[in-house]
Design a protein around this ligand. Structure first.
Ligand code: DGJ
Length: 740
């Protein structure tokens, strides 16, 4: 890995074994983009990559030159209004009403490792040799605002992490109305755009279309990254697929309003922008202050989407997630939500916990309903103390009993919310986000606390910290069940209201940071009505997240498959629940529910007492299995093999680092009669190793990858006498072990 600087040409080349990123100072002093892609040789001069020609209707920068127009030049962090007409990376509203800026190259510095982003989650290094960071300093001579562009190249993988920092060294206050994390101009538009979209209970479905002239974008203005769109997009060549070809992934490490956009101009160049959504964003950058954007991560590969995902998995698992649990196998948990909803008391909980312990579960999680007057959605949020009617010995007493049983105890919170019917709201009705003299809309009968205010965050911190220090709590599920409306903070002046959405998220990060620092061994799981805030920002604090409220195994195939494009298996909360399933009323076999949930953190969302004795035995076996294989599953290399979005089957697998062990999961959606023969082509094995499959057949790695694993079941042709028929939602795991 290296950052090479040609001072005469003012050119910067960041490269490692896989990628090159090249940029230059343009003749007008602004920064131009030359190349991002597969590694190329380092050389003195790349100026030939800067193509310029005069074009009709261009507006030009230099008096005697018709060829230099920013409209036709690929840039690093574009502005609008000085000959470029595309959507810009930044906009600064100045005192005289002008929104024109001109940031000229001023200086650069290179740091080993990677500087922290104050108050924001970001990728990090553990030792200085893992990455290098180039910081390009630009200045606008008129406003005297300094802009620092951060580029980190990691030693391994095709990764570039980017962010921008604005420093107002001038004398006048200005308003930052757009400040994207990343602006990437690509030389052509022959890409398929893939976004990860959906809604509650069907999050992160990949949706693809070819880029065309004009703008394609996704984003969120809900105050959280949202179920509807994820802050992650891929541009892939039309011929690229899971196993080969060129693709670039763009991921934003942020949990609030975001925009991810690709603009194809009239000449088929593509500008990708990613960052805080500019709509409603207005940050007053007073003289003498600075503003740091969130970080965006770009990953390039020419080896297909599985490789792209694996690069994100490694980076996010090892250098974004942090703390005690980062590298640890995740405890197998039982959560009482779908078992009881709000209707429980201590006795009922202990019964659920007792049976779970019997079956081998390691962590009991008490979900919503344990606090204040929380017997329904209408009351209690904000009052983080136990309801004595349900829990006479409080959380401390219950936690102790669970610990005595030999399990860890976990607790649900929804720290950012308050119900009108709560002591906290009665005491501080002014603490919610609400526009003066306008109606405050509710979501699930609750209001959003103004986390842009330190005193609000302090108060919630005190309540949570008190419980976490008094009771034996090993796990926290941090939920968030509504989007923001009427966003306004009474603590901020009129000209700072455009800061509230971002300050809110900074408040969330601050609370997470304080709690995770003070209670470093507590495992945090993020949640927002399932997957409404399943983003890299929260991974920095909570190494796992509740992937979706949809616990149906067939639906989960799609959700987990889509989620895996960016996020590692170790962060996907996935549980076995009852049938008929509570979201879809569908019945799937217990084995299939587990076969899907294994590919995640694994747990149960039901009362095991209500299962038959045979089913309980099956659960015991599932737990034994997961304990044995969770290291391989959660920390192995994950491959998508067959997409549930395209087929009546789904398939995926994990492979150990030394390639001696692998597990493949294959899932049939609907059964059929007289079906074709079927194969699944495995990936990532050692071609020359002989593997034993499910303790029976022996095959070379190259056979399994090239001839394929035969997955034909009894639905093919006519069933043989005595053969067990296949059925809907059937699934099978293939245990693949190298022969000694
Ligand atoms: C939404 C979460 O996703 C569920 O798992 C559960 O915790 C409920 N909230 C509780 O209100």
């Amino acid at each position: 890995m290296n950052i090479s600087v040609n001072v005469e040409q003012n050119t910067f080349h960041l490269y490692n074994n896989e990628i090159s990123y090249i940029m230059t100072v343009l003749p007008n002093g602004q920064m131009g983009q030359l190349y991002f892609g597969r590694r190329v040789h380092d050389r003195e001069d790349y100026s030939y990559l800067l193509e310029m020609r005069s074009r009709p209707m261009s507006s030009c920068v230099f008096d005697t030159d018709k060829s230099f127009s920013m409209e036709h030049i690929r840039q690093e962090y574009a502005v609008f209004g000085t000959t470029d007409y595309r959507i810009p990376a930044m906009e600064i509203l100045q005192k005289n009403g002008s929104r024109i800026s001109e940031f000229l190259f001023h200086d650069y510095r290179i740091e080993n490792g990677k500087p922290k982003l104050p108050g924001l989650p970001a990728t990090y290094t553990e030792d200085e040799n893992e990455a290098q960071t180039l910081i390009v300093g630009l200045e606008d001579p008129l406003t005297q605002i300094r802009l620092e562009l951060f580029y980190t190249i990691f030693e391994k993988g095709g990764v570039i992490a980017r962010s921008a920092r604005f420093i107002n060294n001038g004398v006048e206050d200005v308003h930052l109305t757009t400040a994207m994390s990343l602006c990437m101009d690509l030389p052509d538009s022959d890409y398929d755009w893939i976004q990860f979209s959906g809604a509650w209970a069907r999050e992160r479905y990949p949706k693809a279309r070819h880029l065309e002239q004009g703008i394609q974008s996704v984003g969120s203005m809900r105050g959280h990254s949202s179920h509807n769109h994820n802050p992650f997009v891929i541009l892939k060549r039309p011929t690229a697929d899971e196993f080969q070809g060129e693709a670039i992934g763009f991921s934003l490490i942020y949990s609030g309003n975001f925009l991810a956009q690709a603009e194809v101009d009239a000449y088929d160049t593509t500008r990708v922008l990613m960052g805080i959504h500019p709509a409603g964003f207005d940050w007053k950058l007073s003289a003498g202050t600075s503003f740091q954007t969130p970080e965006a991560v770009m990953v390039y590969t020419d080896q297909g989407l599985n490789c792209l995902s694996q690069t994100f998995h490694r980076l996010y698992q090892k250098r974004l997630a942090r703390g005690y649990w980062r590298d640890r196998e995740r405890p197998i948990l039982i959560n009482n939500w779908e078992a009881t909803y709000f209707d429980f008391n201590e006795e009922k909980l202990l019964q659920i916990a007792g049976k779970a312990k019997d079956c081998g579960v390691e962590l009991f999680v008490l979900d919503d309903g344990w606090f204040g007057k929380r017997n329904s959605e209408h009351a209690g949020l904000g009052d983080w103390f136990a309801n004595p009617d349900k829990l006479p010995e409080g959380i401390t007493g219950l936690a102790e009993k669970i610990e005595k049983m030999g399990m860890m105890f976990g607790l649900w919170f929804e720290p950012e919310m308050v119900n009108e019917d709560s002591d906290l709201y009665r005491e501080h009705p002014d603490w919610i986000l609400r526009t003066p003299e306008r109606k405050a809309s509710h979501g699930r009968f609750q209001y959003v606390l103004d986390f842009s205010r330190k005193e609000v965050v302090d108060r919630i911190y005190e309540m949570m910290a008190k419980l976490l220090s008094k009771a034996k709590i090993s796990y926290v599920k941090w939920d968030m069940n509504r989007s923001i409306t009427e966003c306004y903070s009474t603590a901020l002046p009129a000209d700072r209201q455009g800061e509230v959405y971002h300050r809110y998220i900074l408040g969330v990060y601050d609370l997470y940071e304080r709690l995770t620092n003070r209670f470093p061994k507590v495992l945090f799981e993020s949640c927002a009505s399932g997957g409404g805030r399943f983003d890299p920002g929260l991974l920095y604090y909570a190494p796992q997240g509740w992937t979706s409220d949809d616990t149906d195994a067939v639906e989960r195939l799609k959700i987990q498959y889509g989620t895996s494009y960016c996020y590692p298996i170790s962060c996907m909360g996935s549980h076995v629940s009852v049938t008929p399933n509570h979201q879809l009323n569908r019945c799937t076999p217990l084995a299939t529910r587990a076969n899907v949930a294994y590919f995640g953190t694994f747990g149960y969302e039901l009362d095991l007492n209500r299962l038959t004795v045979e089913e309980q035995e099956e659960v015991k076996e599932q737990i034994r299995f997961m304990k044995k294989y969770r290291r391989l599953i959660q920390f192995g290399t994950f491959y998508r093999l067959q997409s549930p979005f395209e087929n009546n089957v789904a398939g995926w697998m994990v492979v150990s680092k030394d390639k001696k062990e692998a597990i493949a999961g294959r899932y049939k959606i609907l059964n059929g009669a007289n079906q074709p023969f079927e194969r699944m082509y495995l990936q990532g094995l050692d071609a020359d190793i002989q593997y034993r499959i499910n303790e029976k057949d022996i095959r070379y790695g190259d056979e399994l990858m090239n001839c394929g694993l035969i997955t034909t079941d009894a639905s093919a042709g006519e069933s043989a006498p005595g053969e067990k028929m296949s059925y809907d939602f059937e699934s099978k795991l293939y245990m693949i072990k190298a022969e000694e």
